[in-house]
Design a protein around this ligand. Structure first.
Ligand code: KG4
Ligand code: ZN
Length: 326
């Protein structure tokens, strides 16, 4: 089966062709990160304009690169949310238009679930139950994976997502957007013990995340005077990542956890991977490959094929800016 995937939830316009749910024939991404740089975060209207310009050329390129004909495409999978409403609508309308024009079934896919699925895509067998860890610009989630499509929430963030915290701290440190990779790079030469920072504690639900206080602590440290930026970046990164890994450990102890599946752009962080390896020496940890960790359409197509088995969507399919994964 050959699936065309379409992704436009935030600032990346993506299209991909995936064969049999695992063989990525093409995975094309056009990012508008360059125009958001001066705002230190995504400017939704500008992202939408770029999506409009990019969507058809990106789909075209994905089909050409894959070397498939339109006849060979069996279905169109599209990210239905969560995300920015205007951005989502552009991918959704493209998917619906092509579904009508080419007479292909349409499959709406949850973007967060697709992030998680990215680290399962190549596997023959998925060890279950497993712990899901989604760390992106919009989400910080721990969940119990009972099966693909069957999840129980364990923890979420009550304010900023972890990637968002990286981006905001980067902006405070004068680093470019998206800030995560720049913070990681700067932190490499810094002393993580130099500034004592603590991650937020959520009283009514201690396993949940809160990063807004940590972000403010970074701001006050900066305002406090002469600061070694690399030490501050390292102190922030170490605090935020240890919080995630510590809570992931607690979450994994609440059930008979067989493996960890991680997803989302923050998974590119090598220090995060080191900390997970240290904390979970006996558990297989599955990371998305570099081309599947940040927003992309291959993960949408891959999960789309899985969903196809349970039925397709109609043209009434609507975008959803917020969708719970479980
Ligand atoms: O998954 P993604 O592309 O988009 C969302 O669905 O939100 O994740 C983007 C986020 C950004 O906040 C970016 O700064 C962060 O992932 N990120 C990183 C790293 N690479 C990307 N954060 C920390 N360290 C990294 N190396
Ligand atoms: Zn994403």
């Amino acid at each position: 089966m050959i699936v065309l995937g379409i992704e436009s939830t935030c600032d990346e316009t993506g299209a991909a062709i995936v064969k049999d749910g695992r063989e990525i024939l093409s995975n094309v991404i056009a990012s508008s990160a360059d125009i958001h740089e001066k705002y230190g975060g995504v400017f939704p209207e500008l992202a939408c304009r770029r999506h409009i310009d990019a969507i058809i050329p990106v789909i075209d390129e994905a089909i050409k690169k894959a070397g498939v004909t339109i006849d060979e495409i069996d279905a169109i999978a599209v990210a239905k949310g969560p995300g920015l409403v205007g951005a989502l609508l552009i991918g959704m309308n493209a998917a619906k238009g092509l579904s009508i024009a080419w007479n292909k079934p349409l499959i709406g896919v949850n973007h967060i679930e697709a992030h998680l699925y990215a680290s399962m895509m190549g596997l023959e067998e998925i060890p279950l139950p497993a712990l899901g860890v989604v760390l992106s610009g919009g989400h910080t989630l721990l969940l119990k994976i009972l099966d693909v499509g069957k999840y129980e929430p364990i923890a979420t963030t009550v304010d900023d997502a972890i990637g968002e915290a990286f981006d905001k701290v980067a902006s405070m440190l004068g680093l470019a957007y998206p800030g995560g990779p720049h913070v990681e790079l700067l932190a490499k030469s810094g002393d993580p013990t130099r500034y004592p920072l603590t991650a937020g504690r959520v009283k009514r639900s201690p396993i949940d995340f809160s990063f807004s206080g940590l972000k403010t602590a970074v701001l006050y440290t900066l305002k406090g005077g002469a600061v070694e930026k690399s030490d501050l970046a390292a102190s922030f990164q170490e605090t935020a990542l240890n919080d995630v890994v510590g809570k992931a450990l607690l979450a994994s102890q609440t059930f008979n956890c067989q493996a960890i599946f991680a997803g989302g752009g923050v998974c590119n962080n090598q220090r995060l991977r080191e900390l997970f390896n240290e904390k979970f020496p006996n558990l297989p940890i599955h990371w998305p490959s570099a081309n599947l960790s940040a927003d992309n359409a291959a993960m949408i197509a891959g999960l789309g094929e899985k969903k196809f088995i349970n039925g397709t969507d109609t043209l009434d399919l609507e975008v959803q800016t917020r969708i719970p994964i479980a």
